[in-house]
Structures are given as C-alpha cells and as structure tokens.
Design a protein around this ligand. Structure first.
Ligand SMILES: Cc1cc2nc3c(=O)[nH]c(=O)nc-3n(C[C@H](O)[C@H](O)[C@H](O)COP(=O)(O)OP(=O)(O)OC[C@H]3O[C@@H](n4cnc5c(N)ncnc54)[C@H](O)[C@@H]3O)c2cc1C
Length: 426
C-alpha cells in the first residue's frame, strides 16, 4: 500500500484527489492537505467582489466532503516539505510521510513586490482569494456611497489577466445598474504590451475584442505599465516603450482600485534545491514530475512554465482551469503507472480554454496549444459567455461536492471544440 499526499485544496488539488481515489482504488491511501477547511471556487471571486455572490455560495466545507468520499483531510496547511525524507511538516506540529506527493499549492500573492499594493498592508483590493473579494465588496459599497475614479489592472510580472478584465467590465455593468457610472472615471493599467495579450500573445482577436469592449464602455487604458507605488488614493506607474525604455511617468487618483499581483511559489517549498525555480515554482518534466525528486509531481498555478514571449514589462503565462485539469489527469495516470513499476508516459495537453465574464456579456477563448503558432486560435464575444460561466461554476461546485472526475457532458463539449486532456503521443 502506498500513501499519496496532495498538497493544496484548490481547483488542482481537489480534482487530483478525486481522480487518484477513483483510479487507484482502496488499496492506496490518498491524503489531502489544505490550509483551511474550505474549498474556494476562485473563478467566482469577481462576482463576490461586486455583490453578485456571497462567500458561502462559492465555497465548500472540506472536512465533511472529504470524509464522505473516503479521503483523509488536514486543513492546517503544510509548513515545510522535506523531499529528501519524503516528509511534510504541518503547521500544527505534526508530520506526514508519503510515497508520492502532488504539489498543488497555487500561488503566493506577491503584494510585497510593489509598495502599497494589496488589501492587507496596502491600499488596493484583490479578487485572488474569496475573502479578499468579500473585503473588496465592502470597499465597492463605499464607492457607491461616494463615487469617484476607479483603477483596475495588474502588477508587473503578473501572469493572470483575465480576472482584471472581468472585474472592470463587471464594475461597469453594476455601476450602470445603479445609475452612477457617469460619476466614475475608469482606467485599466496593465503590463501587457497590448490589450488582450493575456500573457499568451493574444488568442484569436482578443486584442480587437477587448479594446472595443473598453472603448464601448468608456474605459481608458495604459499598456506596458509598470506600477511602482500605491499610496492612499493614488497609484503611480511608469509607461515603457516597446524597447523597455521609460516613456512616461503617470499618477492616477482612485476611490477604489483592484490590482492583481504577481505570483510566486508558497513558503513551504521556496528555495528547495532541485525542486523549485528562483521564484519558487515547481520545476517539472513533460510528465508533471520533478526531475530531481521523481516521486513528486505538481499541477496548477504552482508549476514553473516560461513566459510565452519576452515583453517590455515582465508578464507571465496564465494557467487556466481546463489546462490545470489536463495536468491532473496526466499526473493520475503517471502515478498509477509508477505504482506498477512502469515509466510515466502521459502528458497533459495544456490547452488554454477560458471564459471571461463581463456580467452582461463576455469573451471566450481557446488556445491549442498555449504557445503560438496554434492549431486552434479562437476567441468570441457574446451574452452566451456570461451564461456559460454560470454553468461552469454550477458544474464545478457540483463536482467538488459529489466527487465527480470528468462527467460525460464535459467530455462531449470539450471534444466538440477539439480539446482533449491528454496529449497524443508523438
Ligand atoms: C480571480 C481569479 C479568477 C480566475 N478565473 C478563472 C476562470 O474563470 N477560468 C479559468 O480557467 N481559470 C481562472 N483562473 C485561473 C485558475 O483557474 C485559478 O487560479 C485556479 O484557482 C488555480 O488552481 P490551483 O489549484 O492551481 O490553485 P488554487 O486554486 O489557488 O489552490 C491552491 C490551494 O492551495 C492552498 N495552499 C497554499 N499553500 C498551502 C500550504 N502550504 N499547505 C496547504 N495548502 C496550501 C491555497 O490556499 C489554495 O487553497 C482564475 C484565477 C484567479 C486568481
């Protein structure tokens, strides 16, 4: 009997324990280590921030759910990993040994890289955690009482841009509903070299679609922007030219601001030689496996992937939900093979599929593969995206509660647009 620990109970970690449980059967132990007692459906956070969802609608209680599905659960968080000893120290002073480990700890939010950034020690809001989004909603209500300028965007080296676009468009929708949009000048500030780049050098015509959406809604923007400092009600940034030289210094006042931070790896794995890159992301091979510690796999936002291209202000490549699930499926198959003494052979397809909701419409895109030139490079705008995103939330929350892995309808819809979780062997 082997013990497999999955560290991190987000989209990647939860999908991983359910797939492993199903694939490996009862003769092996599957253990989930989270850092709280709840699962948060991160893609719904922007809805929490504008008051369209309450926290309890986008979270699931994990101790009960895991008990129901026969998975040992610890919600105290991993303090430190000791890969040479196959051991994880938990924050409550206990330790757990493992035969195989899957690291799915998502990002550490690097607010500290820009002075004054973030909801805890700074002046900007965040939608990266559900609790942050709830705090942001409180700040949004102050904006409603006392309307003024809004600045939304992303910090230098950010790799996740979709939620910033979603949030500014949702704000616009909500402020129009409340009939105060005319009192709120809005500005989008991004390190992307052009609007709709998304850390992916664009997908289909995301540049045209997103620019037209910003223009339609009277939202101004600055690209190649390096946010340098935030103080109470003021954001400072340098606009770079395409060669990375300073072009212009800017200062914008704000009444409400939401800025996505850059990501790095979590403290429990930071600076472990052979395991992580300098920013603490887990180094993996084609099979989701760490080349140094071959019984360690990794999935989700915490894996190290290079940027799609160099940009004047640093940007990273995003890791989206379906891509993460493809990493999970490859990992499940490869651990099953390793348990039989066989070499791993499955590789995730890493296709980027994303729905960006604007409240009254949205943009969907599919990038196959993630790095251009692509076989599928498609983006489309419409009201249907808003409805599809609601369906995605309902489906994923059901999946977490009911321990589903890949239901028939997901498989069918994804196949229709040519998306497979596993890459065909070449
Ligand atoms: C606001 C936002 C919206 C997004 N919207 C979409 C979308 O609409 N569609 C899409 O495809 N993608 C979206 N993404 C991208 C991606 O799908 C999500 O970031 C997704 O949540 C990543 O899953 P993950 O499992 O890698 O990380 P997470 O979901 O962040 O999960 C990691 C978990 O590990 C926990 N953890 C951290 N450290 C430890 C530790 N030491 N011990 C134990 N547990 C630990 C964290 O608290 C967290 O619960 C969005 C991202 C953000 C930030």
């Amino acid at each position: 009997m082997a013990k497999i620990i999955v560290m991190g109970a987000g989209i990647g970690g939860i999908s991983q324990v359910y797939e492993l449980r199903k694939e490996l059967g009862k003769e092996h132990d599957v253990v989930l280590v989270g850092d709280s007692d709840r699962f948060e459906f991160t893609p719904s956070n922007p809805w929490v921030a504008v008051g369209w969802r309450k926290q309890n609608q986008v979270t699931v209680d994990l101790p009960d759910t895991m008990r129901k599905h026969g998975i040992e659960f610890h919600g105290v968080g991993a303090k430190r990993l000791h890969p040479q000893d196959n051991r994880v120290d938990l924050n409550d002073g206990t330790t757990i040994d493992y035969d195989y480990l899957v690291i799915a700890t998502g990002p550490k939010l690097a607010f500290d890289e820009v002075e004054g950034l973030g909801p805890d020690e700074g002046y900007t809001q965040s939608v990266c955690k559900t609790g942050h989004a709830a705090t942001s909603f409180v700040d949004f209500q102050k904006l409603v009482d006392n309307p003024g300028p809004v600045v939304v965007g992303a910090a230098p080296a950010a790799s996740c841009f979709g939620p910033a676009y979603e949030y500014i468009f949702m704000l616009d929708t909500e402020l129009k509903k409340r009939k105060i949009r005319d009192k709120v000048p809005m500005h989008f500030v991004t390190p992307e070299p052009y609007i709709g780049h998304l850390g992916l050098d664009g997908v289909g015509d995301t540049k045209g679609l997103m620019e037209s959406e910003l223009r339609d809604r009277h939202i101004k923007w600055t690209t190649n922007a390096k946010i340098t400092r935030v103080s109470d009600g003021k954001i400072e940034f340098t606009e770079m030219d395409e060669d990375g030289n300073e072009k212009k210094q800017h200062e914008l006042p704000f009444q409400h601001s939401m800025i996505l931070p850059a990501f790095k790896g979590v403290d429990a794995v930071m600076d472990i030689q052979g395991l992580t890159n300098p920013r603490g992301f887990i180094v993996i091979d084609d099979f989701q496996r760490n080349p140094t510690f071959k019984n360690i796999y990794s999935v989700g936002v915490c894996v190290a992937i290079p940027p799609v291209e160099p940009t004047p202000v640093a940007t990273g490549a995003p890791k989206t939900g379906y891509m993460i699930e493809s990493m999970v499926t490859a990992t499940t198959h490869n651990i099953a093979k390793a348990l039989k003494g066989e070499a791993p052979e499955e590789r995730g397809s890493w296709n980027a599929v994303c729905l960006a909701d604007f409240g009254d419409s949205g943009v969907a895109f599919v990038a196959l593969p993630q790095i251009p030139p692509r076989n599928t490079n498609w983006a489309s705008r419409g009201k249907w995206v808003h409805l599809a995103k609601i369906a995605y939330e309902k489906y994923f929350m059901h999946k977490v509660r009911a321990a589903k892995t890949e239901p028939y309808y997901e498989k069918t819809i994804m196949k229709l647009i040519g998306v497979e979780r596993l890459k065909e062997s070449s």
